[in-house]
Design a protein around this ligand. Structure first.
Ligand code: HGY
Ligand code: MN
Ligand code: MN
Length: 417
């Protein structure tokens, strides 16, 4: 391990990192120790302002792109060299935890500060990114900021996505950009030399194996859809079933068909319907319209392709009385991370004498998109019982700091290549 990489890693300040998590957890705090910080909400804006205040205190330069991705930059000796990036997201699930996403942003900031305190100069600039709308809980799909930054989807394509209250993304985005008027605007898809994201595992493998660091090898594939079933509202008491165009009844039939499609004795396939909007949403009126989300995941490329292609035909077949509209909103094939980056993460864990193991990610991350444009890897740290997307999500300050040390060392290594 490079001496300067070790020096910087050992400057990671566990207490400062923990206290910053506590500060951030006050923004959108909900009972049970969780947070609700929806993308482009006033809580998201408050988190952005807090991050920027820490960044400018340390005279890092900050910039923002047109979808609100925030970049905190530490200069390198070669100002024009493509930066190495790190980061994650600050938005959360509605009943999210205090570590999902925010840990990767704060570990990145901690890495930059540790480099400052170690007096380390890197050839390349290093940037911490807070990606807009990774969760997709308010505005589907997820990983939207990194998707648009990397050119996988044009910004115009998502501006009219609406949340459950009918607010358009374009309006929430305009408010967020106005609230954080940064001088420097960033172009999408600017050259990036490499990307490493630190994140809690959101699964039990590290904890069960008693390992501190996860050397992440890739991310499983996923498909998201919005399915809309349109029928006719009627009186619940007087309308014979034979005459109904009951959107809820057909929605349930579709969900049952997809449950059968994704039934997997090995329990590897993931199928979730997490969001459902019903109109008129009254106990004694037949539902005229149901919109629900579909999230399907699998690590095998052929399997996720087959499952994804089966959703629409199955939905049409299962719906007996109503019209069905199936809108794919996300199509991510499984990704394998770059061997050089994965090896650099593993070497850093080894060099810092931290227990570690290789594993792939069941959860998706912005690294899924960064892997398409530059050498990418991830670092996991354990979370208690693997619980996430739940207020009870928990991690230890020692593990968070250990992951930040590995991140710091790996970033110094990559930024001098
Ligand atoms: O859905 C996911 O996998 C991520 O946690 N947003
Ligand atoms: Mn996350
Ligand atoms: Mn998440």
């Amino acid at each position: 391990m490079r001496e300067d990489a070790r020096d910087a890693a050992l400057r990671v300040n566990e207490e400062r990192l923990w206290l910053r998590h506590a500060e951030m957890a006050k923004i959108g705090a909900i009972p049970g120790n969780g947070v609700n910080r929806a993308a482009l909400s006033r809580e998201d804006i408050a988190a952005r302002k807090l991050l920027l205040s820490w960044a400018v205190q340390r005279s890092f330069t900050v910039s923002i792109d047109a979808i609100g991705n925030l970049f905190v930059r530490r200069a390198g000796s070669e100002a024009n060299a493509a930066p190495v990036m790190t980061g994650s997201h600050m938005d959360s699930q509605p009943r999210g935890g205090r570590f999902d996403g925010i840990y990767g942003v704060l570990a990145g900031l901690e890495a930059l500060e540790a480099m400052n305190e170690a007096g380390v100069t890197t050839r390349r600039p290093i940037e911490v990114v807070a990606w807009t709308n990774e969760e997709g809980g308010r505005f589907a799909p997820c990983t939207m900021g990194s998707m648009v930054f990397t050119g996988a989807r044009p910004l115009a394509d998502v501006l009219d996505v609406t949340d459950n209250e009918g607010i358009k993304l374009r309006d929430a985005l305009a408010e967020t950009l106005a609230a954080t008027p940064l001088a420097t605007k960033r172009e999408f898809n600017s050259p990036v030399a490499g990307y490493i994201e630190a994140h809690i595992e959101q699964g039990p493998l590290l904890e069960n194996a008693g390992k501190t660091v996860g050397v992440v090898t890739g991310i499983q594939g996923l498909r998201w859809f919005n399915i809309e079933v349109s029928g006719k509202t009627d009186h619940a008491g007087t309308t014979p079933l034979a005459l109904r165009k009951d959107a809820m009844r057909d929605a349930v039939a579709i969900i049952n068909a997809l449950t059968e499609l994704t039934d997997d004795p090995a329990d590897v396939t993931r199928f979730t319907v997490g969001r459902m909007l019903v109109t008129p949403n009254s106990p004694n009126s037949v539902a005229s319209h149901v919109l629900f989300s579909v999230d399907v995941r699998h690590p095998d490329p052929q399997t996720i392709k087959r499952l994804g292609e089966a959703v629409e035909p199955l939905a049409r077949k299962a719906a007996k009385h109503c019209d069905v509209k199936v809108t794919p909103t996300l199509r991510d094939d499984p990704c394998v991370f770059d061997a050089d980056v994965t090896n650099a993460v593993e070497a850093a864990a080894k060099g810092l004498e931290l227990t570690h193991m290789r594993l792939s990610s069941g959860a998706s991350h912005d690294a899924m998109y960064m892997a398409r444009v530059c050498p990418t890897g991830m670092i996991f740290v354990p979370c208690e019982k693997g619980v996430s997307h739940n207020e009870a999500e928990n991690a230890t300050s020692a593990d968070l700091a250990a992951g930040a040390r590995v991140l710091t060392a790996a970033l110094v290594e990559l930024a001098n290549r």
